[in-house]
Design a protein around this ligand. Structure first.
Ligand code: ASP
Length: 583
């Protein structure tokens, strides 16, 4: 028997018991005629105690232990003299009567502690050691619990987990595919799924009614902190549903996760149209942990113009002038304001400049454009923003779409600087009524904003022929704290409408048939009305874990260049392998 207990299990009530523990040496403290060794496993740490008076031979053995040696210790549980309240086993120690080294260890390249001295690269290279650290393991434990909860919850609602293939034909979700050459079919390639989209729809045609899968998806995109080339989705599809049914079902799942994992209760999740999200927050995934909505001082079609005709050429010449009001930020110093200007002028953001207006204690306004706007004009701004003494108004100008995007970045920065974005505060939001199509200037054609299988809103169907760009999609995103946690849509289930959609997207009927004939044919064999959603599982876990990067919630993640530095992939193939593949 290797062990009778784990290293996190023994308590004062076990005193006197004869036990065996196995684990890793986390710390050795030699104190002359005594030694203490901390033994660690996944469950905790227990103190082993060695004493010359008890066994000189064992004490000598303990002195030879190195960090991360794998050992087995036999002994008796005893009450500790100096207790350690930090440890669950802190009231006891083991008076060791037998010690076996099961395996030695080289000195690890970084300390296996919560505050480690190891940098990112070295920890990724030795990820198996990094995973020994409590903080990292706790993230994966959270992930495990979340997956269990999702499975149980959905199973209870009759969802059936079905595995779909990984070697498939390309699914158009807007990203690049990873591809795999076929040895048996020279010159032909599989694609790895960007999502199981078409398969889950086919399962609905099969009558499966409610499907889910916790599934790996693959997208060959540029990477960011919240993106990995392979990631996991909670992928779901339902038959005989409308948008409302799906929102209710998955709001229920999210509430269940929040309640059981975080002890948080929620009322109905707020909903916002895509148009409002863009107008008020400049983003289709607004962070509504804080307000600070956009106020348009000038914008096409809104009938307001509080800036033109004052000889300020910048504001006169642009399409839109939009701002935010940062509550209580009037105390920003000149240097801080310059910092904000520099921030918005960074090439990634691309604004030309920043106008600020401070509301003083007496209610008067002081702005960076006082030359052009007199007290009365600034009072009108103040009024438009609902600004009060102590507030800071920040204004950007330019093309409406670009300005909204830039102001979104500035709003998020101000939210962070003013401490309004706490990771323990959770603000879910449904974003609805996305446009069905997006015009792409470069290729001069429409793209599906969600994917080509998304149906138009029934009330916009009549615009499909005349004004396709104005058609709204029967699609929805779940956003939490400014993070897109999931998205889905009610699908097209009629062959003719699907064919029209492909036509709008610039496919010839032949191309559509060649690529998606299998799906359109299936629609002719009794396809039920259906719709679904997919939740980004890695993001969901990182959100629940209060971290920004999803990498911390993936056991073996890739770095920002898509490399696994531990196994050193991707790598070159030898020539025989290439030849076999016909490459
Ligand atoms: N397949 C979609 C995605 O991966 C989700 C859905 O429409 O269900 O974003």
């Amino acid at each position: 028997m290797f062990r009778s207990h784990t290293c996190g299990e023994l308590r004062i009530s076990d005193a006197g018991k004869q036990i065996i523990l196995s684990g890793w040496v986390s710390k050795v403290r030699l104190m002359g005629s005594m030694a203490f060794v901390d033994i660690r496993d996944r469950y905790g740490i227990t103190q082993l105690s060695f004493n010359e008076g008890y066994s000189k031979e064992l004490l000598e053995k303990a002195a030879e232990l190195g960090r991360e040696y794998v050992i087995q210790a036999e002994g008796k549980v005893a009450e500790r003299e100096s207790k350690n309240a930090q440890l669950s086993t802190g009231d006891i120690e083991i008076i060791v009567t037998g010690l076996t080294v099961l395996n030695k260890s080289k000195t690890p390249p970084f300390t296996i502690e919560n505050d480690t001295d190891g940098g990112d690269d070295i920890r990724m290279q030795y990820r198996y050691l990094d995973l020994r650290r409590d903080v990292v393991r706790a993230n994966l434990e959270l992930r495990h619990r979340m997956a269990q909860k999702v499975r149980n919850y959905l199973s209870e609602y009759n969802f059936m987990e079905v595995e779909t293939p990984v070697l498939i034909k390309s699914t158009p979700e807007g990203a690049r595919d990873f591809v795999v050459p076929s040895r048996m079919n020279p010159g032909q390639w599989y694609a790895l799924p960007q999502s199981p989209q078409t398969f889950k729809q086919l399962l609905m045609v099969s009558g499966f009614d409610r499907y889910f899968q916790i599934v790996k998806c693959f997208r060959d995109e540029d990477l960011r902190a919240d993106r990995q080339p392979e990631f996991t989705q909670v992928d779901c599809e339902m038959s005989f549903v409308e948008q409302e049914d799906i929102l209710q079902q998955f709001e229920g799942l999210m509430k269940h996760l929040f309640a059981t994992e975080k002890g948080l209760e929620f009322g109905d999740f707020p909903r916002m149209t895509y148009a409002d999200a863009m107008r008020l927050y400049g983003s289709d995934k607004p962070d509504i942990r804080f307000g600070m909505p956009f106020v348009e001082l000038k914008a096409p079609g809104n009938g307001v113009d509080l800036v033109s005709g004052k000889d300020f050429v910048v504001f006169d010449s642009v399409e839109a002038v939009i701002g935010i009001c940062a509550k209580g930020a009037a105390n920003y110093t000149r240097k801080q304001l310059d910092g904000l200007t520099e921030f918005v002028k960074r090439p990634q953001i691309g604004a030309k400049g920043l106008v600020w207006c401070r509301i003083e204690e007496d209610g008067t306004a002081k702005s960076s454009v006082d030359k052009f706007y007199d007290a009365e004009a600034l009072q009108a701004w103040k009024h438009a923003f609902g600004a009060e003494p102590g507030d800071l108004i920040l204004v950007l100008a330019g093309d409406i779409h670009k300005t909204r995007k830039q102001l979104n970045e500035l709003r998020l920065l101000m939210g962070t600087e003013l401490g309004l974005r706490s990771s323990d505060d959770f603000k879910p939001l449904w974003v609805l009524d996305f446009p069905l199509l997006e015009w792409d200037e470069e290729s001069e054609r429409f793209h599906a904003m969600h994917h080509p299988f998304t149906s138009p809103l029934p009330q916009d169907l009549h615009l499909m022929d005349t004004e396709p760009g104005a058609v709204r999609a029967n699609a929805y995103d779940l956003v939490i704290n400014g993070v897109e946690v999931g998205g889905g849509s009610i699908r097209i289930f009629d062959r003719a409408l699907q064919a029209k959609m492909f036509d709008l997207l610039g496919f010839t009927p032949e191309q559509a048939q060649a690529q998606f004939g299998f799906l359109m044919n299936a629609f002719e064999y009794g396809a039920p009305p259906h719709g679904g959603i997919a939740l980004g599982f890695d993001r969901l876990c990182s959100l629940f874990g209060g971290a920004e990067t999803i990498r911390d919630f993936i056991a073996f993640p890739k770095n920002n260049s898509g490399r696994d530095v531990m196994i050193d992939a991707p790598s070159v193939l030898d020539s025989t392998q290439l030849k076999e593949l016909g490459l």
